[in-house]
Design a protein around this ligand. Sequence first.
Ligand code: GLA
Length: 663
Amino acid sequence: MAVPASPALADATRGRILFGGDYNPEQWPEETWYEDVRLMKDAGVNSVTLGVFSWAKLEPHPGAREFGWLDRLMDLMHEGGIGVVLATPTSSPPPWMGRLHPDTLPRDEDGRTEWWGGRQHFSHSSATYRRCAAAITEDLAARYAAHPALTLWHINNEYCTFDYGDEAAAAFRRWLREKYGTLDALNNAWGTAFWSQGYDSWDGILPPRHAHYLKNPTQVLDFRRFTSDMLLECCTAERDIIRRYTPHIPVTTNFMPLWIGQDAWRWAEEEDVVSVDLYPDPRDPLGAQHGALIQDMTRSQARGPWMLMEQAAGPVNWRGVNHPKPRGLGRLWSLQAVARGADAVCYFQWRQSRQGAEKFHSGMVGHAGEQGRTFQEIKQIGAELARIGAEVTGSRISADVAILHDWHSWWAATQDGRPSTEVDHPAVLHSWHRALWEAHLTTDFAHPEHDLSAYRLVVVPQLYVLTDAAIENLLAYVRGGGTLVCGFLTGVADQDDRVRPGGMDGRLRDLFGIRTLHEWWPLAAGETVECDGPRSGFRGTLWSEELEAEPEAMAARYKGGELDGYPAVLRRGRAWYFSTLPEPDALRELLSGIASDAGAGPVLDGLPTGVEAVRRGDLLFVLNHGREPAAVAVPGTHRNLLTGETVTDNLLLGRYGVAVLRP
Ligand code: GLA
């Protein structure tokens, strides 16, 4: 989304919500394709993603090109009025590539080769892989640039690989030379005085391969940065080829939800459209909140409408026990994505496979076929999305609250040799988001160096690493009248994972009124600490701290135990610091109070538990995540766009019921 002239999702949607999914027709005889088009039209499908795993079909031998089958499909889709999201097939190279060019195969940290026979067996650093990927991308772009079915480009699929092999090692050294310039600077940043790790030559530096004991944490951190950058280079190389042919067609690559391997803030800057794959567990009581978190994060990366590239129509096949979606849940979660900013609702995959590793993963057309319950529900979803598309697409969501998240901090915090293995970064993020979600506060995500001035409340669940620029940004935000709430283990280290003097940045300690941070007291799994105030008592989990505070900053204290009387929550003006993680109900209550004082309120007052409300543009989405009916007060007169009915003041939603209300 870098330059204003870039194409955007709106160029692909044209006022409709994109509805469809990954379509892998190469797995089926051609007769089936005609049947597919008939069923797609029946279900209101207007978009399919072709070619994600087609490399071996397109290039069965080195340099060969077999486009005939894809030509026929592109034409068939166009005749059926179905747009094509055309994928570059570069996430799964054909077997010949590994056989003829073993240098394209990645190695894990133990030196084991990742062979063909699965997928994603490519090294991001391999010159041969990059050359072959560029060639097939170029030929695809040239061939289909003018095809009327083409609506969007989809690069690769879920970039997520690591490589510790020799070519990656050489690339890592180049990356480090560029970053540090001199070996002295690298030795200093990595703290190599520790354990005799000083480098006397660039040639001595390796990826953090298997080692006898704990690895150098900054080497690990830089390797994660390098990996994200290398994968992004692969992606932008393909994007740049495509843009030469179709500057007017938007380009995306699909993210995995909250995936540790990619700095998605950085990646999103390089995309025209941000898209994500999302698979909440239908049995997870917090599945809807997990969905909301990913949707909020993706919308924030997109800075506007985004694309749900993949979800499951029924069960996945990669959990221990794979549950289908109960009747109505697929519809509810699809509309939830739209409520939270999606202008595309797509699935993996159109037709459930009969062979291969994912044959027990659901499809929009399952093994039960057109009479199956899943397909019947898909038809309903397609029809409803068509009904609301014109009023929804392109509209925005505005949030008073932002949660800060940063991959570099996550990478540094998620390493061995830390105070507690119980502190899991994504779990902490989920806890804080859950509290806000259950309080019915609409939340964006933001990077710690983003402009935060539009938010009334900024929440930092945990940013173990904060750069100086980020710290100054937080201070300026509070100075400018914003309310800041920080969780523990924030501002501990600088960008090199060097602990800041005093165990936490001095500017932040002043902000919160911390005089001395004596010790961290992490809690064991299931262990809690009693706390009192600020409004009522609560129990803290995961973590506690022995710290000395300015007396006026004390907002809640630990009660009993070793830390009896020490501060648990600090408050100085509009800056709050939580040295423990309150249990869910308490965190929700505490945050609701702070948000309300900051002028940030729930979407609707008096919403029952389990009912979610989101305002998108002029529309109010109300979603019942419960299995029991729910009565919701919605003052005023509205039209429910899903049913055409008029709703005045009160709305009754059945199990998994949804209303999309227009004033
Ligand atoms: C990911 C991939 C798909 C498929 C699904 C299965 O999202 O992108 O190709 O493997 O998972 O859930």
